[in-house]
Design a protein around this ligand. Structure first.
Ligand code: ADP
Length: 430
């Protein structure tokens, strides 16, 4: 069985306590060594001083050696001249369980030997060692307790975040993680997570709206077909009457087909499942092809449809996808421009080395409030008019995808009541 990795809190505490223990041990050992060396030197100095004092008394007042011995108490000494012992303190030679340090100073005539009791020195060092030895575990214990408490406090926001994150579902994407301090690491993490949630929420909302709109769009032609069929069934009609019913139903089927095709196209585009093959495309040819295919619609409305393309304007793009975009713009221009209106398609190189394709019309124009939104899926300025003319509300959304997939952008300029200009701008060839 695999052991579970310890929690971050436990790991932090252990690391903290381990490092602190190492530092305290090193520091204590160092302190003990330094103190011992210092005491040792002092002790040596005291012995040297003892030797000097004894030497002095011996030279000046040999008779006072006894009194000196009395004063020195813990220090034993012996003064020898040749083989003769001049003075020797009681208890000489130093022996037994008391630890003595012995030093001798000698010359040709005499020899002074001093033995100084080391017990106070050893006791002091021992006391210090005991204090350290009992203090260190206490300090480490405190460090573990304090570290565990602190790590718990520091990591508390993570628990709070995890708790909130656990409660977030697709239905409650509006919930956000608590951000206590946007400048610390956890605050930044929570902020990034919240931003991700906001994007997810927007995507979900878009999807929900799209599904609702799509269902709504699909329902109207189906309802239309059903009611036309029911009415036709209720009474017997002439052959001409049935033909009209079938014709009306086929119109609805057409609309449904267009809608489903457009929906499919957008869904595949969203999923990135439409592969683009970029080639060098002559835009004159491409635009002329689109204009030719839609000219019959313009003619039906008695509109003037002209094309103005500089020769050899090339772009690197997927011809099929771009054609779809241009078709949708021109189709809209014809659809929304009244009879006898004018539509111009102008292709020019831009200053930055790219290409612009403009579709200008003399239609009703688009109010500023709608301009931003007309590229959204199913967004229509005038619902009834768009539907009446067979619009699915997806034409501009598809046009925008087609242009952006080719690395370009699409924009609209319009004066309400004075026509519109839809412009596709393709970047310079790389
Ligand atoms: P639709 O199928 O409704 O035409 P689109 O996505 O193609 O959907 O267009 C969205 C809306 O933008 C249209 O409903 C219409 O109100 C407006 N629109 C598009 N092109 C033009 C134009 N050339 N002139 C005026 N309004 C337009």
């Amino acid at each position: 069985m695999r052991r579970r990795a310890p929690s971050v809190r436990a790991r932090l505490t252990l690391w903290h306590a381990g490092v602190l223990a190492l530092v305290i041990c090193l520091f204590s050992a160092g302190a003990l060594l330094v103190v011992r060396a210092r005491f040792d030197r002092l002790f040596e100095e005291q012995i040297s001083q003892d030797l000097a004092t004894i030497e002095k008394v011996y030279r000046e007042e040999t008779g006072d050696l006894g009194e000196l011995a009395h004063r020195m108490r813990t220090t034993l000494f012996e003064v020898v001249e040749g083989q003769t012992v001049i003075y020797r303190t009681a208890g000489w030679p130093p022996a037994g369980r008391t630890p003595y340090r012995i030093r001798t100073a000698a010359d040709a005539t005499h020899r002074v030997t001093v033995a100084r009791d080391e017990t106070p020195l050893r006791q002091t060092l021992w006391t210090l060692a005991v204090i350290l030895a009992t203090g260190i575990p206490c300090a480490i214990g405190l460090a573990i307790a304090g570290g565990y408490f602190l790590a718990g406090r520091v990591l508390a926001p993570v628990d709070a975040m995890a708790e909130t994150a656990r409660r977030i579902t697709a239905a409650s994407l509006s919930a956000r993680l608590p951000v206590e301090n946007t400048r610390d690491e956890f605050g930044r993490l929570a902020t990034v997570f919240n931003e991700t949630l906001a994007r997810l929420e927007a995507a979900f909302e878009q999807l929900r709206r799209f599904t609702a709109d799509a269902s709504h769009e699909l329902r109207s032609p189906l309802t239309g077909m059903r009611s036309v069929g029911e009415v036709a069934l209720q009474r017997s009609l002439t052959a001409q009457g049935y033909r009209e019913v079938i014709g009306s139903m086929l119109e609805d089927v057409d609309r449904l087909t267009r809608l489903v095709e457009n929906l499919l196209l957008l869904t595949r585009a969203d999923a990135g499942r439409i592969p683009l093959t970029r080639t060098l495309v002559d835009l004159r040819e491409l635009v002329a092809g689109v204009v030719d295919s839609l000219r019959v619609l313009a003619d039906e409305k008695d509109q003037r449809l002209t094309i103005d393309v500089a020769p050899r304007v090339m772009a690197e793009c997927d011809a099929g996808v771009l054609r779809q975009g241009v078709t949708n713009l021109l189709y809209n221009a014809i659809k929304y421009t009244p009879n006898k209106g004018e539509i111009r398609v102008v292709v020019t190189p831009t200053e930055s080395g790219g290409v612009s394709i403009e579709v200008r019309d003399t239609g009703p124009g688009i109010a500023a409030a709608h301009r931003e939104r007309i590229f959204e899926r199913f967004y229509r300025v005038d619902d009834a008019r768009s539907r009446e003319s067979g619009g699915t509300g997806l034409g501009l959304a598809i046009a925008r995808w087609a242009v952006e997939a080719n690395g370009g952008r699409i924009e609209v300029q319009s004066d309400e009541g004075h026509g519109s200009v839809f412009r596709i701008v393709l970047p310079r060839r790389s």
